[in-house]
Design a protein around this ligand. Structure first.
Ligand SMILES: [Zn+2]
Length: 316
């Protein structure tokens, strides 16, 4: 039912059962570190409830992902899906000094309440997602409390927060808590390999320092890719002094894994260049594949990369 959400079996089970039994609370708080799938779950939840094809009251199936509701919710253009966040706050306040605030204020919650009590267009459910809920001011929380005490029908408010302790008890006692756990390293690794086609070694290295967060893993992935595409550009743009090439090689051959990761990502860059100019890059690609084999056969990483980088730069 929540196929797009990675892991989080407990959270999925709670929500799926409530959907299946048609016993859906009017408010939730999704609690967990960033990058654990809270927002994605909220969006999938909104799709399941509003899908025009798959009726959750009759079937166990998830959203169809193709009807107008599913598409609009995915693109966040659905008229009855409201994301209440800093971006929205800056959009609705009129004066410049009210923009860029560090807290979500009462004006934003009043704006939300207007939308809560306006009759829905034709959606089955109106969904409000407040993120990051812990950034609300005390006045904003008190204002929200009124809505939680008298919730209108077919309206769901989802608060998204990193820690429950940052939310007043009066709010927590009126909402259903759903916890999101940090992902396991293997789960992050599988995501990077399947979604981003990342080589196994690199995915494994990034997963180990991602703290179980997809968001952090994707940021690390971009940094790694930028680092290597800079290295590739440097090696292929102009002839470099030999000593500079050897220094670059040394910095990325500190271990066999690092050397293999370097060769894998440089191969991706080389493949892109090969498509534009096959004749120029064919030998480099062959040399990259050979280097990978040597590394896998326990050759000394620094020697392999010294030779590889000198070869690449000599072909420019
Ligand atoms: Zn649909």
């Amino acid at each position: 039912m929540f196929e797009k959400v990675i892991a989080q079996e407990k959270a999925k089970k709670i929500l799926s059962e409530q959907i299946r039994n048609n016993k859906i609370p009017h408010a939730y708080i999704f609690v967990g570190e960033s990058g654990t799938g809270k927002m994605m779950t909220a969006i999938e939840f909104a799709k399941i409830l509003n899908c025009e094809i798959n009726d959750y009251t009759k079937s166990n199936f998830g959203p169809c992902n193709h009807c107008s509701s599913c598409e609009h919710i995915q693109n966040k253009t659905f008229p009855d899906l409201h994301i209440i966040n800093f971006e929205k706050q800056d959009e609705i306040v009129e004066k410049d000094y009210e923009k860029g605030k560090a807290k979500l204020g009462i004006k934003l919650i009043r704006y939300m309440q207007e939308k809560v009590y306006i009759k829905s267009t034709n959606a089955k459910w109106k969904i409000f997602i407040i993120e990051p809920a812990e950034k609300m001011t005390i006045e904003a929380f008190n204002c929200l409390l009124k809505t939680l005490e008298e919730p209108p029908d077919n309206t769901i408010i989802i608060l998204i927060a990193k820690h429950k302790e940052t939310i007043p008890v009066t709010i927590c006692s009126r909402v259903q808590t759903v916890f999101f756990q940090p992902l396991k390293n293997e789960e992050v690794q599988a995501y990077l390999q399947n979604k981003h086609f990342m080589p196994k070694n690199t995915a494994e290295n990034i997963a180990q320092i991602s703290d179980g967060s997809i968001e952090k893993a994707e940021t690390l992935m971009l940094n790694t890719q930028n680092e290597y595409s800079t290295l590739w550009k440097e090696l292929t743009l102009k002839k470099l002094p030999i000593v500079d090439i050897l220094l670059k090689s040394k910095s990325v051959s500190t271990s066999r894994d690092k050397a293999l990761e370097t060769v894998s990502i440089i191969t991706e860059n080389a493949t892109k260049s090969f498509r534009q100019n096959p004749l120029k890059y064919v030998n480099i690609i062959e040399r990259l594949l050979e280097s990978k084999k040597y590394l896998e056969k326990n050759a000394n990483p620094t020697n392999v990369l010294d030779n590889l980088f000198l070869y690449i730069n000599s072909k420019i």
